[in-house]
Design a protein around this ligand. Structure first.
Ligand SMILES: [Mn+2]
Length: 471
């Protein structure tokens, strides 16, 4: 049997077991705080609503011991963990007097699942970091329950995009979900310019902020953008105000693409500015939900601002929630700007430590702790640091714990497995928990251990300077 059919077979038996749960029982759902986790929860909730069951959902930043201890106090009998759980099977086993289903795609720790129903693509030799996301796993589960749940296929794609699994298309498994979504007219896939904010941002801003892919003379340069658009004879504004990417005529769009490729003629792959654009045709034109990438950013925002339930409602198609979420995304932008300003203002202070191949940013309690990973991501995508530079950020959660995030600058495939890097840094620290993937990893440590952690981090990063990993 191929790995895909073995995976689907396992999903199917999990669905069969789930069907036998009495309808009077509340299903307790725990999911992850990011766009993929929120999408996963929404897909499961839709399936549960459709089968006339009750549920209670919690969205968490990380499934740590404290949270599992709290869950143990509850008296629900049926638990489903989505987009998390595979790294905590040992702790979850302590509550296996209940029926537990884990639908995750993070690399599992090598632990017997006991009587936990553990569904994870890695078990079947499928790489969960790029082949299928948490929302994708839940999608296969929910469509095994009821084919009608294919009407959430677009949300599974939003989740996968949130987890950065799109790379000029998707892997085979996730492509099946795209095909379902296309068949139901929930998603259109077109080749186009890979700019963020095509539905919502003014054209000149979308160009200025476009750093990945990088456009020489244009990225990060307001005056460069204006000159560039002038040369191309593409007006940045019209009577109504600034134009967006979606407002361009076909002819203008072609000129813009040609112009960008010309600017990039000395880059490695000049035409890398073109890629798949995933449009949700049922969403309003000019609204962030119409573009799957912007949709996933919006979900992320709801999670980071502690309003994940709003994100779930958006996925379920609630119109009121959609307009509320739009306002929230402005707040999110403000938090990002706050975080970036803090970084800029403190770049030469002792809270930012630079080494040959690393930058360590200790934000203390100066930024929203949920933005710690976002900050590291943005810094790693800027053009300030050399390829292969580790970006480590820390921020206090305020309860005696500190959140840590690790990213690396440049083409992510060439560098270290970030999760094992974080693991070796956190090794031996009491109550530390490591999570994440190859390309984006993090941990929770005790705030009192920050100094030890940072010192160890420097050693670990420096060891990569001499290793073959960067050859
Ligand atoms: Mn995920």
């Amino acid at each position: 049997m191929s790995s895909f059919s073995a995976f689907k077979q396992a999903v199917k038996s999990a669905a069969e077991q789930f069907k036998s749960i009495p309808k009077t029982e509340t299903i307790r759902i725990i999911s992850h705080l990011d766009a993929d986790g929120i999408s996963a929860a929404a897909i499961l909730i839709k399936a549960i609503q459709r089968s006339n069951r009750k549920y209670l959902v919690s969205i968490v930043h990380q499934l740590n011991k404290q949270i599992i201890d709290k869950l143990k106090q509850e008296d629900y009998k049926y638990y489903v963990f989505t987009d998390l759980g595979s790294g905590q099977l040992d702790s979850l086993k302590e509550m296996s007097d209940r029926q537990i289903l884990v639908l995750d795609h993070h690399k599992p720790v090598d632990v017997e699942a006991g009587n936990i129903m553990h569904i994870n693509p890695h078990i079947f030799g499928i790489d969960g970091s790029k082949d299928i996301s948490g929302a994708g796993v839940v999608y296969f589960f929910s469509t095994a329950l009821d084919e009608q749940n294919k009407d959430m296929s677009h949300i599974a794609i939003v989740g996968a995009i949130g987890d950065n699994q799109e790379d000029n298309g998707f892997s085979e498994l996730t492509s099946e979900i795209v095909a379902d979504a296309e068949k139901l007219d929930l998603i259109n896939v077109n080749k186009g310019l890979k700019l963020f904010g095509i539905q919502t941002r003014p054209l000149h801003k979308a160009l200025e902020y476009c750093t990945d892919p990088y456009i020489p003379d244009v990225s990060n340069s307001e005056s460069g953008v204006i000159q560039f658009l002038n040369e191309l004879k593409i007006p940045a504004r019209e009577d109504k105000g600034f134009r967006k990417v979606i407002d361009l005529s076909q002819d203008e769009m072609q000129r813009l693409i040609a112009g960008i490729i010309m600017k990039r003629k000395n880059e490695e792959n000049p035409e890398d500015v073109l890629g798949n654009i995933y449009t949700l045709p049922n969403e309003r034109l000019g609204h962030s939900l119409r573009d799957a990438k912007e949709f996933s950013t919006l979900l992320n925002a709801t999670g980071r601002l502690n309003r994940a339930s709003l994100g779930i409602s958006v996925c379920l198609g609630n119109e009121k929630a959609k307009s509320k979420a739009n306002a929230l995304s402005k707040e999110y932008k403000k938090e990002i700007v706050n975080a970036m300003n803090w970084f800029r203002d403190n770049a030469d202070e002792e809270s930012v430590v630079r080494g040959k191949n690393f930058v360590i940013i200790n934000t203390g309690d100066n930024i929203l702790p949920t933005m710690v990973g976002t900050l590291a991501s943005i810094v790693s995508k800027g053009n300030k640091f050399n390829e292969g530079t580790f970006i480590l950020s820390l921020g206090q959660l305020g309860d005696g714990y500190t959140k840590v995030s690790l990213r690396v600058v440049g083409d992510k495939k060439d560098y270290a497995d970030l999760k094992s890097v974080v693991k070796s840094i956190a090794e031996g620290l009491q109550e530390s928990e490591v999570g994440g993937h190859t390309y984006a990893a993090g941990a929770m440590i005790r705030t009192q251990d920050e100094e030890v952690f940072i010192n160890k981090a420097k050693q670990v990063f420096e060891s990569y300077l001499n290793s073959s990993a960067l050859d």
